[in-house]
Design a protein around this ligand. Structure first.
Ligand code: SF4
Length: 433
């Protein structure tokens, strides 16, 4: 997962660009980067670490009136290339499924590679075009997978979203400035109005605080990533017309309707389980309360790149509230269960230590059965709890009184789209792209 942001304005944009990627920090915490243009030269700076920690006192020299930025848990971006179209920088979110074939083909044409990152492959494919729009179209014709990207040339920005719309991208506007971002939450505190989502397959040219659709690449179907609404996106964002908060409440309500249980409290695994738990509470009439508090200075455990880091972050991030647990029948709502080890070794242990009477777990995402091929950091099949385990076996493994997952059909209804318009390959184990 990554966050991308691009902005063009009549004035210096560096502060807005810095805040734009700061508000996309939840999409990647390991690296961040900024590239700007003042029409004379393209500047680039990347850091390992969080946006505020690394860039707050390091924006000097990056002044410009257009720029792009990136947050990532995988690699440093933007990447800079010199090409027949001139210098450009690029930020990318997604994943190339056929990357090996593309690298082999490019090497056979004489290309060498500096990194093993997908963004370098994409940049080299785009650089073969007759202009950036043609380059993006040619890249898209060869690529199997998912992408959202922004390119900064000396006097223009290009933004593009793949024709299946796996990864989100939205356009914002304010007086004298236009921007694109992975999520609308990046715009709100910067004073931008949300204009619209970038359409599936759309290629935009942005300059002089205006944007223009240059092309729309067509596909027979869409594959909006269901996981954006379940977990990835910020609850304040609206993705492709649907508020993440409302979608999560819908998922929680569906769980309450299909899997009711008597209890004293509905609680969340914070933060991403909160919307689901509120939805469950509203539908069931059982009061919502905090049983766990997420410590503000911990990171998102799911987005850590290695299992050791995920386990460590999961263990330290949640603090139980003893007064809400002792003698209570508790329904815990979570966004998803990956391996079940955090639930078993951390949450259930903390609840039992604090004298819980019953634990009922309700999970917004249907059983995860397969890895994501399209850019979300999920796990290999063998690491998933559903690998060779039934729901009843998972319940016994994590040691709770009841366990239930949304059905794919209820997930589609909660998102308000037919299942054939959304990607849920990590649930169905079927890949359409
Ligand atoms: S496989 Fe899952 S995480 Fe990946 S794009 Fe599809 S829904 Fe999203």
């Amino acid at each position: 997962m990554c966050g991308i942001f691009g902005i063009s304005a009549k004035q210096n944009i560096v502060e807005d660009l810095f805040l734009g990627i700061f508000y996309l920090q939840h999409r990647g915490q390991k690296y961040c980067g900024i590239s700007t243009s003042d029409l004379n030269s393209i500047k680039i700076r990347t850091h390992r670490g969080l946006v505020r920690a690394t860039f707050t006192n390091d924006l000097g020299g990056l002044e410009g009136n257009m720029g792009i930025g990136h947050t990532s848990l995988k690699d440093r971006q933007p990447l800079k290339l010199d090409s027949k179209m001139g210098e450009f920088t690029i930020c990318f979110e997604g994943n190339i499924v056929n990357v090996k074939e593309l690298v082999t083909e490019l090497k056979s044409q004489g290309h060498s590679f500096y990194t093993d990152s997908d963004v370098e492959v994409i940049a080299k494919l785009i650089a073969q075009g007759n202009g950036f729009v043609d380059g993006i179209e040619k890249m898209a014709a060869k690529l199997r997978g998912a992408y959202a990207l922004v390119i900064l040339a000396r006097d223009k920005i290009f933004a593009a979203r793949d024709k299946y719309a796996f990864r989100p991208m939205v356009i914002g506007r304010k007086d004298g400035a236009v921007a694109v971002a992975s999520e609308s939450c990046a715009f709100v505190n910067l004073g931008f109005e949300i204009e619209r989502d970038v359409k599936p397959g759309e290629i935009l040219e942005i300059d002089d605080s205006r944007y223009e659709t240059k092309k729309i690449l067509k596909a027979d179907f869409t594959q909006y990533c269901a996981f954006e609404w379940i977990y990835t996106a910020n609850v304040a964002s609206t993705i492709d017309g649907l508020s993440v908060d409302i979608a999560r409440r819908n998922m929680g309500a569906a769980l309450a309707k299909r899997y009711p249980v008597e209890a004293d409290i509905v609680a969340a695994v914070p933060n991403s389980g909160i919307g689901h738990a509120i939805g469950y509470s509203h539908e069931s009439g059982i009061p919502y309360d905090n049983v766990f508090i997420k410590y503000d200075y911990a990171s998102r455990s799911y987005t850590q790149p290695t299992q050791a880091e995920r386990d460590r972050e999961a263990k330290i991030k949640l603090i139980p509230v003893p007064a809400k647990i002792e003698g209570k029948r508790v329904i815990i709502c979570d966004d998803s269960i990956v391996r079940g080890t955090q639930m078993k070794n951390d949450l259930v242990v903390k609840l039992k230590k604090n004298g819980v009477k019953e634990i009922h777990v309700r999970v917004a995402c249907p059983l995860l059965k397969a890895p994501c091929l399209y850019g979300v950091a999920t796990r290999s099949k063998s690491e998933l709890a559903a690998h060779e385990k039934t729901v009843e076996q998972i319940r016994q493994y994590i040691g709770v009184d009841s366990l239930a997952f949304n059905t794919p059909e209820d997930l589609g209804k909660a998102i308000g789209r037919p299942l054939d318009q959304i990607c849920y390959s990590c649930v169905s184990d079927e890949y359409r792209v």
